[in-house]
Design a protein around this ligand. Sequence first.
Ligand code: FES
Ligand code: FES
Length: 175
Amino acid sequence: MNHHRKYPIRLRINGQDREFAVEPWVTLLDLLRDRAGLTGTKKGCDHGQCGACTVLLDGKRINACLTLAVMHDGHALTTVEGLADGEQLHPLQQAFIDCDAFQCGYCTPGQLCSAAGLIAEGEAKSVDDVRELMSGNLCRCGAYPQITQAIMGVMGIDGTPGEGEKPFTTGPVLA
Ligand code: FES
Ligand code: FES
């Protein structure tokens, strides 16, 4: 592969066909933000650790910072900009507002796309499942109880917000 050459790719982004000419090293995240003008998808760590860049690729959640745009010719993407139906918010967006599930909001687009992917996967049956399956999305503000509550509400899962919450430690447990 010639690293200076641009390769034509076609993506269906939020229901619209878009064409790009990209160098082979351009990540999907940078394509979305810098070339498609969709800055809703956020760059947190840029190496797969925070989930801020989560989008749906053919309906499945992925970290857009960890994949190259050129690999996805012909595929369909949904970003946070594509979740609402016109003026009508996606149920998850409404639930995040109702539950006060964000503070600075930087992680929120990734949280929303990840939650949409989680619901589509159909694996989560309990509060703990939701927490586990959302564990790839970090929120430095610590809005996790509200985020979990919002997702549970949309899924119709019963459970006390914060149930199963464990003490948070960042390293070796001090004696
Ligand atoms: S920016 Fe992609 S996981 Fe952090
Ligand atoms: S709301 Fe601030 S990082 Fe999540």
